[in-house]
Write a protein that binds this ligand. Sequence first.
Ligand SMILES: Nc1ncnc2c1ncn2[C@@H]1O[C@H](COP(=O)(O)OP(=O)(O)O)[C@@H](O)[C@H]1O
Ligand SMILES: Cc1cn([C@H]2C[C@H](O)[C@@H](COP(=O)(O)OP(=O)(O)O)O2)c(=O)[nH]c1=O
Length: 710
Amino acid sequence: MTRTGATRSHSAAPSPGVSSLSSIRPFQRLWIALSVSGLGQWLSVPALTAMAAVLTRDEDAAARAQAVGGVLVVMLLPAVLLPPLAGMVAARLDRRLALLIADALRVVVIVTVPLVDALPWTLAAAFLVACLTVLWATVATTAPPALVPEDLRPSARRSSVRAVCAPAPVAALLFAFVALIADGTFGVADRADLALYVTSAVFLAATGAVAALGELPGTEPIAVQAPLKVLFQGPGGRAAEPGDASGAPGARGIGLAITGASLAVAAVVAVARVYTGQLGGGDAGYGAVLTGLTAGLGFGLFLGPRILVPFSRRRLLGLAVAAAALALVVVSLVQNLVVVAFVTAFLGAAAGIAWSTATAALTGPDQQPGRPGTPGTPDAPAGRPVAFLRSVALVTALVVSAAVPPLTGVIGSRRLDLGGGVYDFEGTGAALLITGLLALLAGLVAFRRLDDRHGVPLVADLRAALQGRVYTPPEPGAADDRMVARRERGVFIAFEGGEGAGKTTQARLAAIWLRDHGYDVITTQEPGATKIGMRLRAMLLDRDTTGLSDRAETLLYAADRADHVANVVRPAMERGGIVVSDRYIDSSLAYQGFGREQPVEDIARVNAWATGGLVPDLTVLLEIPPHAGLRRLSAPADRMESEPREFHERVHAGFRALAEADPGRYLVLDASRPQSELSREIQYRIREILPDPIPAGTEDVTSTFPIITD
Ligand SMILES: Nc1ncnc2c1ncn2[C@@H]1O[C@H](COP(=O)(O)OP(=O)(O)O)[C@@H](O)[C@H]1O
Ligand SMILES: Cc1cn([C@H]2C[C@H](O)[C@@H](COP(=O)(O)OP(=O)(O)O)O2)c(=O)[nH]c1=O
C-alpha cells in the first residue's frame, strides 16, 4: 500500500524454488501438458469469434459485431457463474481424468463448428468450450502443487497460473499466422475453418500429453470462490461498508482502477474483429491486434513492479489506467491498422502495469507472491483480494462484450461536417471512443481517490522517480519564510495513526518547526490533555479496567475530547494559535468505530456534539502496518495496545477509509519512511494552510524574536 515499501516488496528477484521445480519431472510434464492446453484455450477465442464473423459476413457491421460479441459473452458467462460448480465437480473427479475429459471434449466440440457451419451452433459450442475451460482451469491451478514438496507449493501455484495464462500471446500470434495461410488458400466462406481445426489439434495434443501423465494426487484442496459473491463482498471478505473497512485499504479506488483498465482491454477485444475488417485487415489483422494486446499485457505485468520504483504505486496505478484509456481513444480515432496494432500493444502494457500494481497494492508488501525474502509465502492471504480484482475484471469484460457491440449498431456509420471538411466514422470507432472516455474517467477518479502524495506536484514527482529518487518538497524558500504574529482564528492540525506510527514524534517536530517560524503553537494530545482528561485517560488505558462496555468507552473518549476542546483547543484557536494535537476524533472513529465494530456514523454524531463540530484544518495520517508499529513501542502495552491483531488491522483499515472519504483534508504518509523525510513533507503541506504572512515591516521586528525550540 505504501509507496516505497510496496515498491521494494515485489522487485525483480526470481521466485524462490523455481529452479528446484524444474528438476521435478512429473511437475514438468504436467506443466507442459497444461501449457499446450492453455494454448488451445486462448486460440479458441479468436477462432470462434472469427467463425461468427464469417457466418455473418453478408450482414452489416453492427450484426457482425453482435455475433462476435455474442461469442465473447457466452465464453465469459461460465467464467462468471460456474466456478463454484466446477470446483464441486473437480473435487469429486480424479484430477487427471478431469483434465482428460476437458481436453478431449474440447477437441470434439471445436471440430464440429466448421462442420455444422451455423451461428447458433458456434454460439452453443463457444459456451460448451468455456464451461469445459472453467473445469479445466480449476484443476489446472490446483493439481500441480500436489506434485511438489510442501515448501515449493507456493511457487508451483504461481507457475501453474503462468502455464494457464502465458500462452495467450503465442495463441494470438499463431492465430494471425494461420489466418494468413487461410486467407491465401480458402474461399471467404471457409476462412475461419483452419483456425478451428488447428485449435482442435492443439487440444488433441494436450489430451495426449495428459494421457501420458502418471497419477495426479488430489491432496491440494479445491477452494473455489464465486466471482459474483467475491465482487459483492469486496476484497476483505465482508459486505462493503460505508467507507469500505473491508480490511483492504483503498479497495474501492483500486477496484475502480481495474474497472477502467478492463473497460479498455475488453472494448478492444469486443470490436477488434469487425474494426480490423473495416480498416482493411482480415483475420490476420485481427490476430495482429490481439497479439499486440496480449504481448503488451504480459510485458506490463512484468514491468509493473520494476517501473518507476521510487514512484508512489497508487499514483502509478491511476496513471496506468489513464494511459490505457488514452490509448483506446487513439485506437478509436486513428484509422490505420498498423498504428492500431502498436497502440493496442501500448494499451495492453499499461493495463498489465495497472493489474500488477493493483494486486500489489491490495495484497500489501508482506503478502506479495514471489516476494524475495518470503520463501514459501502461501498464496492464501493474497487470494481474496486477487479474486476480487479478477471478478471486477471478468464482470467488466462481460458487460463490455454485451453492451459495446449493440452500441456500434446504434451509432452506425456517420459523417461529421466539421465546417472545413468532413470526418467519416463507423459505429465501432465511436463505441471505442465512448468506452475510452469512460475508462479515462474511471482512471482519473481512481487516481484522485488513491493519491497518497496529495499536494505533491505530479510532474516533479514523476521526474524525480525517472531519476531514481523519491521527490521531497524543497525547504521553504525565503519568500515563504514569513512570520505571523497573530490572527483572528487559529489553525488546527491533528496527527492520527495506529500505535507507534510516530504521531508524537512528528507532532513534536512540526511544533518545533512552527515555533521556529514564530507561530504561537499549542501542542496537546488525546486522551488526557486536561485535569479531568488525565483521570479519564487512566480509566481508559489502565489494564486493570475490565468489563468496560464499548459504548461507555466511546463516551469516555468523547467526554475527554469535549473537555479538551472546551478548555484547550478552542481558547488557543480563539487567540489565533496553531493547535497541534496528537490524536483527535478520527481515533474514536477508527478505534471505537472500525476497531470495536460499532456504527461509525453514531460515533461521528456523538463526537460532533461533544466538540461543537470542530474539525481539523489538516489531519496527518501516519500509516504503518500494526505489527510494525506495535514493535516500535517499548513501554508495556496498555489496555488498547493489548487488543488482538485483528482489532488493530481494522483500526488501520478504518483510518485509511476515513482519509479516502475526505482526501482534501488529509495528508497520508508511509510512516516507515525516515523521520526527516516525513517531517519535510508535513512542513510542506502545513505551509499550504498557514495564515497569511504579516506585512514586511512587522516581519523585520518579529524576525529578531528568539527561537523557541519545544
Ligand atoms: N519514521 C520513523 N522511523 C523509525 N522509528 C520511528 C519513526 N518515527 C518514530 N519512530 C520511533 O517509534 C517509536 C514510537 O514513536 P511515537 O512518536 O511515540 O509513536 P506514536 O505516538 O504514534 O505512538 C519511538 O521510539 C520513535 O522514536
Ligand atoms: C483519542 C483516542 C485514543 N484511543 C486509544 C488509542 C491509543 O491506543 C490510546 C491512547 O494512547 P496514547 O499512548 O496516548 O497514544 P499512542 O500510543 O498512539 O501514543 O487510546 C481510542 O481508542 N479512541 C480515541 O478517541
